[in-house]
Design a binder for this molecule. Structure first.
Ligand code: PMP
Length: 355
């Protein structure tokens, strides 16, 4: 939970205000001279970067009298990280974790599963089913994170300023040199609200020359130019929350907002999750691994090399949620439980055999 010096009135006040944490061990292992900084979103009340947009979309709809307490039923197609205490129906593809469904149901939401392979515009997809339910259920309203400007705005007004504040209020020292600027931002894209909103905050108010790098899984079509999306086109991927088979309206594909894109696969993402856990003690989810892997690959590319070698340059990586959303997933169980036994594990086993 983010630290607050005073008593908070409710869980909503514990949304956001997440820490920016140095990833020094990974930076050292990768031979980076720049600072690698993780924006750790799992400390938010709901455990995800998406808390921020759920809060803002609902509060703005309340202000516009679009939501009526006791009458409105909020219906949202999502990868399961976007929810707030209202009468809620979540439509969610089958591939999304059981932990997300269980958490949503424990909060009182109805969860409807849809086929992962259904195209976004098919009546069977999470979007198609949400539209059908909205037509049939009185008071049904879809706030629509894919089109709602309050999605990127939530990040332009909170996530972005928090990152800028943290970087500008941490003075450069000899031991820890800093440009005191956000030089690079790396984030995965699902709806694209996170990357678009943070980019706008940084470029409009802080550093016009910040390089914003989007991360998109192979099999998705969000990366720009489109030629990047050819390899692995149409394939399914396991990482949750990033990538789509359509371009959401809130994702800016303007190269001024998102300067560059990196395509990632499941394997490198999960390996990066392991690194974040083992080296930095950060219990992040799969898309955070994609973001880190994308950042490291970009820093090794011709474009990123000069930043990687620059002492004090600040590279911020958005770590969108936590591993507790994925603990029953085979990829996590394999990583956690099937690792090569350590010398200590062998010693323990010997001692127990002897006794
Ligand atoms: N990571 C996870 C785990 C998510 O749930 C999401 C949201 N779908 C994202 C990253 C991407 O965020 P955005 O929708 O703002 O692009």
């Amino acid at each position: 939970m983010p630290y607050s010096p005073s008593v908070l009135n409710n869980a909503l006040e514990a949304v956001g205000n997440t820490p920016l944490i140095r990833l020094d061990k990974i930076a050292e292992q990768e031979g980076l001279q720049c600072n690698l900084l993780g924006k750790v979103e799992y400390t938010s009340a709901g455990g995800s970067v998406k808390d921020r947009i759920a809060k803002r979309m609902v509060e703005e709809a309340e202000k516009d009298n679009k939501l009526i307490p006791g009458q409105s039923v909020v219906i949202e197609p999502t990868s399961g990280n976007t929810d707030k205490g209202y009468s809620v129906i979540i439509t969610m593809p089958n591939k999304m974790s059981l932990e997300k469904e269980a958490a949503l149901r424990a909060l009182g939401a109805e969860v409807v599963r849809t086929p992962t392979e259904a195209a976004w515009d098919s009546p069977d997809s999470h979007i198609g089913v949400a539209l059908k339910l909205q037509r049939e259920i009185p008071g049904g309203i879809i706030l629509d994170q894919y089109r709602n400007l309050n999605n990127p705005l939530a990040h332009e007004l909170t996530t972005g300023p928090e990152i800028i504040d943290a970087v500008t209020s941490t003075p450069s020292t000899t031991a820890k040199p800093s440009s005191e600027k956000v030089d690079v931002l790396v984030a995965g894209a699902g709806t694209g609200g996170t990357i678009t909103g943070i980019s706008r905050a940084i470029k409009k108010t802080h550093n016009r020359d910040c390089i914003v790098v989007g991360v998109d899984p192979k099999g998705s079509i969000l990366a720009c130019p489109d030629t990047l999306n050819v390899e692995g086109a149409g394939s399914l991927y396991i990482v949750e929350g990033i990538g789509y088979d359509f371009i959401p309206d809130v994702l800016s594909r303007d190269t001024a907002d998102v300067n560059s894109w990196i395509k990632t696969d499941d394997e490198e993402s999960f390996e990066a999750v392991r690194k974040l856990m083992r080296l930095e003690g950060l219990l992040v989810g799969g898309s955070s691994g994609s973001a880190l892997s994308g950042a490291l690959r970009w820093l090794k590319s011709a474009e990123g090399k000069c930043i990687a070698e620059k002492k004090g340059a600040n590279v911020v990586v958005l770590l969108a949620d936590g591993i507790r959303n994925y603990m029953s997933k085979p990829w996590f169980l394999k990583m956690a439980l099937e690792a090569e036994p350590s010398p200590l594990a062998k010693r323990i086993s010997d001692i127990l055999k002897e006794s």
